[in-house]
Write a protein that binds this ligand. Structure first.
Ligand SMILES: Cc1cc2nc3c(=O)[nH]c(=O)nc-3n(C[C@H](O)[C@H](O)[C@H](O)COP(=O)(O)OP(=O)(O)OC[C@H]3O[C@@H](n4cnc5c(N)ncnc54)[C@H](O)[C@@H]3O)c2cc1C
Length: 401
């Protein structure tokens, strides 16, 4: 039988990278994931292994010490990793978004300064848009930067930073007043600052505090934090791209590739849920036969596999569109929306197939059940994806005359 979620047209190098990552996931991640997750423990050994494989530099150009691979290669690796443990893909995701933003929008000096160390996994990235009072409505950001000579002074509170504690470079989106007087459209008065800091919690740089880990229902192991700026002084040469007022567009560009990434995570988690469901269905017997022989269970498996295939195809399509240099917000929004919804449904079906045992922490599906909901929210909720999709459709299908 052909495995689910195959991808046609890959190069030999892509196939080799994926087979190495899959092997790593099977040997180094799956056997320990549930235990580490239950202890909410940072998977340091796994992260070290990913560093050795070069995954932190997968999409960073070769001239900066990375592997210079495509978004498709990256997304397929993320799918494999999330199949093992979704949190691990979260550890590389924010790093990847910041590296991508630097590659696309950074000044030459910023690229040369950060990208080689990011490729080596020495500098680790996080990005910060959300605040306590807003997530979807990015234009409502209240954190502020005010120019003071050759520096900016940043104040405000940020929320929900994935890798907020472990990262050493945070791309922070704030409102900036310089050259953008009151009344300027919100998306033209935002700036991304490249904020370097020590890893850990507490005051990690004068004026910058990471209070501690937020306790979450799932997505454990990876740290999620707040970030408090109180008179944080950042040199003017750490404005991403060197010019203020471009932050909103830079972040949206980063989030667009992040959406393909979240779709890939949904695909990986759904695949694992299918594997667990189809395996358990052949082990459990009721009414004198394997439950897999009851048509109702076979129908579930059929629906689950169809969803895995559909989500994978849309995710691959969105990644290839971006790699071709074309705008992909429609495809990325659709892929993120479909893959995260299907992931939740496939995980729930696998959970139901497990009967009462699915509720026990001894079974892996219990972990997946708590992980899937994060994908419904991260990088924009389903409602936000539908807003993006709807607007783009009306652009494409506008009535003439
Ligand atoms: C575990 C985790 C990790 C995260 N990591 C990061 C990170 O690294 N960096 C970062 O910046 N952020 C991060 N986030 C924040 C995440 O992006 C936001 O939670 C998300 O965008 C939703 O924003 P919100 O929570 O403020 O919900 P809200 O925006 O308050 O939305 C609440 C509800 O209202 C709906 N809604 C909002 N506006 C509309 C509308 N116009 N029409 C219809 N419905 C609407 C939403 O869909 C949702 O159902 C993370 C969140 C989580 C949970």
């Amino acid at each position: 039988m052909a495995r689910l979620a195959q991808t046609a047209g890959l190069t030999d190098i892509q196939r080799e990278i994926l087979s190495t990552v899959r092997d790593f996931v099977d040997k180094e991640i799956i056997p320990v994931a549930t235990e580490l997750e239950h202890r909410d423990e940072y998977p340091q050994q796994i992260v070290d292994g990913l560093k050795e494989l070069g995954l932190f530099g997968l999409m960073i150009p070769e001239e900066y010490g990375g592997l210079g691979e495509s978004l498709l290669t990256y997304a397929l690796c993320v799918e494999e990793i999330a199949r093992g443990w979704m949190s691990v893909s979260g550890i590389i995701n924010t790093h990847f978004i910041v590296a991508y933003m630097l590659k696309q929008h950074g000044t030459q000096e910023q690229k040369e300064y950060f990208l080689p160390r990011m490729a080596a996994g020495e500098v680790r990235g996080a990005f910060s848009m959300s605040e306590p009072a807003l997530g979807s409505d990015v234009s409502a950001i209240t954190s502020k930067a005010v120019r003071d000579g050759e520096e900016y002074v940043l104040n405000g509170q940020k929320m929900w930073l994935t890798n907020g504690g472990t990262s050493t470079l945070v791309a922070v989106l704030v409102k900036s007043d310089e050259g953008h007087p009151e009344g300027t459209a919100p998306h033209k008065s935002m700036t991304t600052f490249l904020v370097e800091k020590e890893p850990g919690f507490g005051e990690v740089r004068p004026g910058l505090t990471i209070p501690g880990k937020i306790d979450k229902m799932g997505y454990k192991g990876v740290d999620t934090t707040e970030l408090i700026m109180d008179g944080l002084r950042i040199p003017a040469n750490r404005v991403l791209g060197g010019t203020t007022g471009r932050g909103f567009y830079q972040m949206m560009d980063g989030v667009e590739v992040g959406r393909v990434n979240v779709a890939a995570r949904g695909c990986g988690v759904a695949q694992r849920a299918f594997e667990l469901g189809v395996s358990y269905a052949q082990q459990r017997h009721t009414f004198g036969k394997q439950i897999a022989q009851h048509q109702a269970i076979q129908f579930k498996l059929a629906e689950m596999a169809t969803k895995v295939e559909a989500a994978h195809a849309m995710m691959v399509n969105a990644a290839r569109k971006k790699d071709s240099g074309e705008r992909n917000d429609l495809e990325a929004g659709m892929a993120k929306y479909l893959a995260s919804e299907y992931c939740k449904e496939v995980v729930e079906d696998a959970f139901r197939i497990h009967g009462g045992y699915g509720f026990s922490k001894e079974y892996e599906i219990e972990r997946l059940y708590r992980e899937a909901p994060m994908l419904l929210i991260g990088e924009g909720t389903a409602e936000i994806q539908k807003m993006i999709i709807g607007r783009r459709l009306l652009e494409e299908y506008r009535l003439q005359g």
